[in-house]
Design a protein around this ligand. Structure first.
Ligand code: ADP
Ligand code: MG
Length: 365
C-alpha cells in the first residue's frame, strides 16, 4: 500500500477542476502525468480543457445538481479562474476539500477587498479609494489626482474593466463607461518594470517560489515573460518574502501569482508595490513548463494533492515566454523550425483578436 502523509491523496485520485480554458487544460495534463485523473467542469461546450481530461461536466456554475454530482465524482476540487461564484465554492467546500479555500478566493476576486487585505498585512500597494457610485468620483479623484485608473472591483482581466481618468474627462461619464457597478480608483504607479512571483504553498505550510519574472504587456495583454527578472537580488528576495507573507495570511494551498510594480525612486534603489494576486496558476508562470525543474501546473497539483512540492530552479540561465495572441498563431511553422523553441498550442478553434492561442518558450543555456 502507499505510505501517505496525513491528508494526502493517493495516486489514481480524481481532481475536479472548475474552468475549461488553457489553464485547466495544462492542469489536467500535469495531473495525468502524475497518475491523477482530471474532471473538468465548465459551462462552455468548446472548452479547450475538455479534450485532455478523463471526465467532463458541461453545466453552469449555478447548477447545484451538477455541482453535487461533480463533487461526488472527485477527491479534491480546485479551479483555474478566480471568478468562481462564492455560492459555488461554498457548496463544493461542504462536500470535498476545495483548494485554495473559498475564503482565499473571495479576497482575490474583488480588487477593493484584495487591496484592503494587503494594507492590513502591511504590504504596500498604490493608493486607492472605493467608488460605489458616480457621486463618489469627485472626492476620490480629488484625493488621488489625474491621471488615475478606475477599475471594476470584479471580473476584470487583460486590462478589461478599467479606464484611465484623464485631465478634463467627465467623471460621471467615465464611471458609467465601466457599467456603473462598484469600482476602485487607483493612483497611477510610476513603475519602471512589472514583475510577478509565481509560488506554491503546500497543505503543511511548505513554500516554494519560482524565479521572479519580468512581464511586458501589449494592448494590456501579457506578451512576454522573462525569468529571472532583471532586478536587484535584494528586490527579488523581497518580492518572494511578500508573496510568502500573502500566502501565509491567506492560509493558501496551491499555486498563486503576485503581480508587482517596481518603482525606482529618484534617490536610487527599487521599491515594490503589489498590484494584484491571482489565486491560481498564471500566464507569467507558463515558462516553467519548459524552463523550470517543476512546472507551475505540476506544482499546483502537488500542493492540492497534499504531496511534496517540487524543485523550482531554472533550467538554463534565462527563459523567455512569448504569448501567441490572435493571429500570432499563424507563425507556428516558423516556431516549429526554430531550434530549441518549445511550442504550446491550446487547441482553440478561432484565432480571434486578443485571444490567447498558445505560447512559446525559449531557453538560454
Ligand atoms: P488585469 O491584469 O486583471 O487586467 P491589472 O490591475 O493587472 O488588471 O492591470 C493590467 C495592467 O494595467 C497592469 O499590468 C499594468 O500594466 C497596468 N496598471 C494597472 N493598474 C495600474 C496602476 N495603478 N498604475 C499603473 N499601471 C497600472
Ligand atoms: Mg494583472
Amino acid at each position: 500500500a502507499f505510505t501517505l502523509s496525513p491528508g494526502a491523496l493517493a495516486p489514481g485520485s480524481r481532481i475536479g477542476i472548475l474552468g475549461g480554458g488553457q489553464l485547466g487544460r495544462m492542469l489536467a495534463m500535469a495531473a495525468a502525468r502524475l497518475g491523477l485523473h482530471a474532471h473538468i467542469y465548465a459551462p462552455e461546450p468548446d472548452s479547450t480543457a475538455f479534450e485532455v481530461c478523463r471526465e467532463r461536466t458541461l453545466a453552469a456554475y449555478e447548477d447545484e445538481e451538477a455541482l453535487a454530482r461533480f463533487a461526488e465524482s472527485v477527491d479534491a476540487v480546485t479551479y483555474e479562474f478566480e471568478n468562481v461564484p462564492a455560492r459555488t465554492a461554498a457548496l463544493l467546500a461542504g462536500l470535498r476539500p476545495v483548494r485554495p479555500s473559498a475564503a482565499a478566493l473571495a479576497v482575490c476576486q474583488d480588487r477593493l477587498i484584495e487591496k484592503e487585505f494587503l494594507a492590513d498585512i502591511g504590504v504596500a500597494t498604490v493608493n486607492f479609494m472605493q467608488v460605489d457610485h458616480a457621486g463618489a468620483m469627485a472626492r476620490a479623484v480629488a484625493q488621488l489626482g489625474r491621471p488615475s485608473i478606475l477599475k471594476t472591483r470584479r471580473f476584470g482581466y487583460d486590462g478589461k474593466g478599467q479606464v484611465l481618468v484623464r485631465e478634463g474627462a467627465d467623471l460621471a461619464v467615465t464611471f458609467r463607461s465601466l457599467g456603473g457597478g462598484p469600482a476602485i480608483l487607483e493612483a497611477v504607479a510610476p513603475f519602471t518594470k512589472e514583475i510577478s512571483v509565481v509560488a506554491a504553498r503546500g497543505a503543511s505550510g511548505e513554500f516554494a517560489a519560482f524565479d521572479v519574472c519580468e512581464n511586458t504587456h501589449e494592448n494590456h495583454i501579457l506578451k512576454f515573460t522573462t525569468a529571472p527578472a532583471r532586478i536587484a537580488v535584494q528586490t527579488a528576495a523581497e518580492a518572494v518574502l511578500l508573496t510568502r507573507a500573502i500566502a501565509e495570511a491567506l492560509d493558501y494551498v496551491g499555486v498563486l501569482a503576485v503581480e508587482m510594480f517596481v518603482i525606482e525612486p529618484a534617490g536610487g534603489g527599487e521599491q515594490l508595490l503589489v498590484n494584484e494576486i491571482a489565486p491560481r496558476v498564471h500566464n507569467s508562470g507558463h515558462w516553467t513548463l519548459d524552463g523550470a525543474a517543476t512546472s507551475q501546473f505540476e506544482q499546483h497539483i502537488r500542493a492540492i494533492a497534499g504531496w511534496p512540492l517540487g524543485a523550482t530552479f531554472l533550467n538554463g540561465s534565462e527563459v523567455e515566454m512569448e504569448n501567441l495572441i490572435g493571429e500570432d498563431i499563424y507563425a507556428f511553422e516558423a516556431i516549429l523550425r526554430e531550434p530549441g523553441a518549445c511550442l504550446h498550442l491550446y487547441g482553440k478553434a478561432e484565432a480571434r483578436a486578443g485571444r490567447k492561442m498558445g505560447h512559446v518558450t525559449r531557453i538560454r543555456r
